[in-house]
Design a protein around this ligand. Structure first.
Ligand code: FAD
Length: 399
């Protein structure tokens, strides 16, 4: 069988963006996606200055700005009014901001670009396994003949089983907490400029983020509503708790959300999100590379996953293709510091926001607000949020 170009498994943010960047460089790409008819859906995302820079390099930033909503500030507090997080992008850079977007809007843009570039996109093609040798990789697909390519990129999300076929030390642990989320139309007068969170200890959290339009013709700008739940309560929450009780809990924690909740009439509007902590000692194995959540899945607490997927795609194409084992090995080296920092930060910070812990959120409530008033701490926190940190001191990502 002849080897032709690169196979990418998964047409999410990471796979679609990597396919675009490789196709732009003239690399033949085949994109394999398990879903027969992918639809542009998914939770609201905060696109950081890093992700925005990658979209600019793809010529897609202006469209993203028209679809999304600018977020200048992140503010989180407790029911007693104690400020826990208060971060303003302007303190990072006078012109910096986050961009709240619906994942569907982002996917719609990326998928259109894929088609414009003539990427061969195979839907309903679930990859089941692969074997590599000195000359290429054979990818096994459900109900289809195997295909042979010069290299393989795994971009099939946190719960990838294909990743286990890489000869790399790794683990993917389902996170014990998840969330329900939805996008609701913003009621008249509802504040639109900040990402707003409220916490009760680490066991309750509500998040509201303006996320703009689902597509260019959408007349309404939406607000993403996020409600944290332990996995034990997420399973079958409709039967055990029901929508009305859930809405009561939300309004009790954050009364200002009530006008928004009027748009939440049916439990099917709420979608469930589960995530996993993925760690790999490196991200390449010969002619195979893992990117996106498949390589470094984490909880969405730091708002980095989609941005990291975009950076992965961008860094992958920093050099001409050809010697794929060499390209992938150098990619792993370039990505190491950034991926390690965010993996560690996510592990350290997530239990302060989603867990049954008592001490960690108590410390958070006492010290985060106070620490944020110190210029150094504030700058480090906002640089973390902006997605540019590559170490615990001053090191910054260069894109
Ligand atoms: C509630 C929530 C809020 C979030 N908020 C933010 C945020 O504010 N900012 C941010 O940057 N990130 C955020 N994230 C994270 C972000 O959504 C993910 O990091 C990002 O979408 C990962 O993209 P991906 O392409 O790596 O994986 P995925 O989006 O999971 O895509 C994987 C693709 O692979 C396909 N696939 C799976 N298995 C196979 C197979 N065997 N064969 C072929 N195809 C397959 C799937 O169908 C899917 O299309 C959030 C996530 C959640 C759940």
């Amino acid at each position: 069988m002849p080897e032709s170009g690169v196979a990418i498994v998964g047409a999410g943010v990471a796979g679609a963006a990597a396919a675009i960047r490789l196709a732009e460089r003239g690399v033949p790409v085949d994109l394999y996606e398990a879903v027969p008819e992918p639809r542009p859906i998914g939770a609201g995302l905060l696109l950081q200055p890093t992700g925005q820079r990658v979209l600019a390099a793809m010529g897609l930033l202006d469209e993203a700005l028209a679809l999304g909503t600018r977020v200048d500030r992140l503010f989180g507090d407790t029911p007693s009014g104690r400020a826990v997080l208060d971060m303003s992008y302007r303190r990072f850079h006078p012109e910096a901001y986050g961009l709240g977007m619906q994942r569907g809007a982002l996917m719609g843009m990326l998928w259109r670009r894929l088609r414009e570039l003539g990427v061969r996109w195979h839907c309903g093609a679930a990859a089941e396994g692969f074997e590599q040798d000195a000359d290429g990789v054979t990818l096994r697909l459900a109900h289809r003949a195997p295909v042979r390519h010069a290299a393989l990129i795994l971009a099939n999300g946190s719960f990838s089983r294909l990743r286990e076929g890489m000869r790399v030390a790794q683990h993917g642990r389902p996170f014990p907490w998840g969330a329900v989320w939805t996008v609701l139309p913003a009621p008249a007068g509802f504040p639109q400029i900040e990402l707003r969170q409220r916490f009760r200890s680490a066991s309750q959290m509500i998040g509201l983020m303006p996320v703009g339009k689902a597509h260019a013709g959408d007349p309404e700008r939406g607000i993403n509503l996020f409600w944290s739940l332990p996995l034990s309560e997420l399973e079958g929450w409709q039967e055990r708790m029901g929508l009305d009780r859930l809405k009561q809990q939300m309004a009790a924690l954050f009364p200002e959300v009530s006008p928004l909740l009027a748009g939440l009439r049916d439990s099917t509007q709420l979608r469930e999100a589960r995530y996993a902590d993925v760690w790999m000692s490196r991200w390449h194995d010969g002619r195979v590379l893992a990117i996106g959540d498949c390589a470094h899945g984490m909880s969405p607490q730091l708002g980095q996953g989609a941005n990291m997927a975009l950076i992965d795609a961008h860094e992958l194409t920093c050099e001409a293709a050809g010697d794929w084992p060499g390209v992938f090995e150098r990619y792993s080296r370039r990505r190491r510091a950034h991926l390690r920092f965010y993996g560690q930060a996510s592990k350290g910070l997530t239990p302060m926001f989603q867990s049954h812990a008592v001490v960690a959120p108590w410390l958070r409530d006492r010290f985060f607000g106070w620490g944020g008033k110190l210029p150094y701490i504030h700058q480090q926190s906002i640089a973390t949020l902006a997605g540019v940190k590559t170490g615990w001191l001053w090191a910054r990502l260069k894109l």
